[in-house]
Ligand binder design. Structure first.
Ligand SMILES: Cc1ncc(COP(=O)(O)O)c(C=O)c1O
Length: 569
């Protein structure tokens, strides 16, 4: 066998052959074929979801401190990728992998990625992205219409109108949210008399000019952390993201939001608070539940606040009529963010941000002399990012290949899987399900039947008793047991990672049942169409088997609480 790692002389003739040139031989097809086979092998490989290699071992593989100097053969580097990278990549497309908002992708996506790389368009400007700029605007118009459903003549007028942008294609949901809040901030502190607007003069002068002490973003406690990042970057400050508790269904507690809004309105003088944006979440990251967008939209209108809907997870459900009632009110939003790498089954990563008012993005428009000129048609005038890939080809083509009908079937399968998993867990007896999945995310925890029943009994007793001391004692017991169960679920999750035949994720959130207490939950995201009932049964069996084994280590601590001999955990 040929020795791998052969160094080759840096030689321009060789290097030129690495580029595809119309009239000279290149090895594109040969290596392309090899690459496709390598990708195919990755999917055929049996074994665990994560490779067994440890993180310290990986750090030893990738520990070369100097930039490579001598060129190496493509074959050798492909081999290195195969053995060092592909072999140790997470099999996120495995049907037993139901832990994150990432899943199997249709194989045509890989081919689309090749086209994107081959064309190498830069969407920032028409000089580097001709047809692809129009594709992007068309895709943006599709989603704008799905959400805001304006008239045919509106879309005819604006679909390719270079003077405005109905929205942007972004690199991900984080940038989509950042774009929304940049516009929201601009609209909260617009130019006024001798004040040139917040983008010119900054937040400090904006607050001073308008007589506020701070600008806030109101969102449920289930809000995604990208909102805090945006508040930081926009100079509003992370502590000015005001988190409103979630209700029993993991939706923003509307009454508490309203109280908060009213408390801001009562503020006087220089201590006043400006609401930069009220945010609704259409599919929270942790539970997939959807806020009451209609009420949020009404409140935002009543107080004159910008209304953003973070639909990064669930926005694509609008493709299917069945989901339009759960997303009702989204059309009241000033802006909506949606991720293509979530429910559109596109590979990482692409986001969309859509604005109800086609002029809103003009508030953050940037122009320059060498590109994105004032009178150009460049989409880059409206985006926060500069250079951007032709990523929109993926959802654009996927919507044609799969169609709204196809997405309807994929979501149906996801919904059935969510329902099945909930039923299997509830039947098993040793689990407690903690939400009603609206958009394919189920949270639950492992809790042996006897413990679950004991907590239920305590809750009943607490409700019935008039003795305050007894009620407090019961509450303390519940808290202690929940604490024990938290430890159990953390340990179970770690053991499941070691077992590596299945995967769910884990999070800790404020319990809607046992407030105020944080509980550890397991989280399943059920969008992989290759996952089925038999697989879900296996997943639960594994969790139950391992969970019961680990429970032995926790049982005596529980019994101490249950029999009244507890020590503080
Ligand atoms: C509701 C929500 N918003 C925003 C984001 C951020 O998206 P991204 O990871 O694409 O930046 C996520 C990601 O999970 C999300 O679930």
């Amino acid at each position: 066998m040929r020795k791998r790692g052969k160094k080759i002389e840096a030689n321009l003739e060789y290097l030129r052959k690495l580029f595809i040139m119309p009239d000279s031989p290149d090895k594109f097809i040969e290596f392309g074929h090899e690459l496709l086979e390598m990708i195919h092998d990755f999917f055929k490989e049996k074994g665990g979801i994560h490779s067994s290699i440890t993180l310290p071992e990986l750090s030893r593989i990738f520990n070369q401190t100097a930039v490579p100097s001598d060129p190496q053969l493509i074959k050798d580097v492909l081999y290195e990728i195969k053995t060092k990278v592909t072999a140790h990549s997470v099999k996120v497309g495995n049907p037993y992998y139901v832990g994150h908002m990432i899943s199997a992708i249709p194989y045509f996506m890989i081919l689309l990625e090749m086209i994107i790389a081959a064309l190498n368009q830069n969407q920032v400007k028409i000089e580097t992205a001709k047809a692809s700029s129009f594709v992007e605007r068309e895709l943006v118009a599709w989603f704008h219409r799905l959400i805001f459903n304006k008239s045919e003549s509106y879309y005819q007028k604006h679909i390719q109108n270079p003077k405005i942008a109905l929205g942007n294609v972004t690199s991900d949901g984080t940038i989509s949210n950042l774009t929304a809040f940049t516009v929201a901030r601009e609209k909260a502190f617009p130019p006024d008399g001798d004040f040139a607007g917040v983008r010119e003069e900054g937040v400090q002068r904006a607050l001073k000019h308008y007589g506020y002490s701070r600008g806030v973003i109101l969102v449920s406690a289930r809000g995604h952390y990208s909102i805090k990042k945006a508040a930081n970057l926009l100079g509003l400050g992370e502590e000015n993201v005001v988190c409103i508790p979630a209700d029993l269904n993991h939706r923003i507690d509307i009454d508490r939001l309203y109280q908060k809004v009213k408390s801001f309105r009562r503020e006087k003088g220089r201590r006043r608070t400006k609401i930069v944006s009220i945010v609704g979440i259409a599919g929270t990251t942790e539970t997939g539940n959807i806020d009451d967008l209609t009420r949020l939209g009404e409140i935002a209108r009543e107080v004159g606040a910008y209304f953003h809907v973070d639909a990064c997870w669930g926005g694509s459900a609008l493709l299917v009529d069945e989901y339009s009632s759960s997303l009702k009110g989204i059309e009241k939003a000033d802006s909506v963010s949606i991720d293509a790498h979530k429910l559109l089954y596109c590979p990482m990563a692409m986001g969309l941000i859509l604005f109800r008012n086609e002029r809103d993005l003009n508030t953050i428009k940037q122009t320059s002399q060498y590109v994105i000129r004032r009178d150009s048609v460049d989409t880059g005038r409206f985006t926060i990012e500069g250079s951007r890939p032709f990523a929109c080809l993926k959802p654009w083509a996927a919507l044609k290949i799969i169609g709204r009908q196809g997405y309807g079937l994929l979501f149906k399968s996801a919904r059935e899987n969510s329902k099945s998993l909930k039923e299997i867990l509830e039947r098993s007896g040793n689990f407690e399900t903690l939400n009603t999945p609206e958009l394919f995310i189920l949270i639950y925890r492992f809790i042996p039947r006897a413990v679950r029943e004991q907590i239920q009994e305590w809750r009943k007793q607490k409700k019935a008793t008039r003795d305050k001391t007894r009620a407090k004692e019961i509450e303390r017991n519940i808290r202690k047991v929940n604490h024990i169960i938290n430890g159990l679920n953390i340990k179970l999750h770690k053991a499941l990672r070691r077992d590596d035949t299945t995967f769910v994720s884990r999070t800790k959130l404020e319990s809607t049942l046992y407030r105020p207490q944080n509980i550890v939950v397991l989280r399943a995201v059920l969008i992989n169409p290759l996952t089925n009932n038999a697989i879900l049964n296996e997943i639960v069996e594994t969790q139950n088997r391992i969970g019961m084994k680990i429970w032995k280590e926790f049982e005596s601590a529980y019994l101490k609480v249950a029999t009244g001999n507890s020590v503080n955990p």
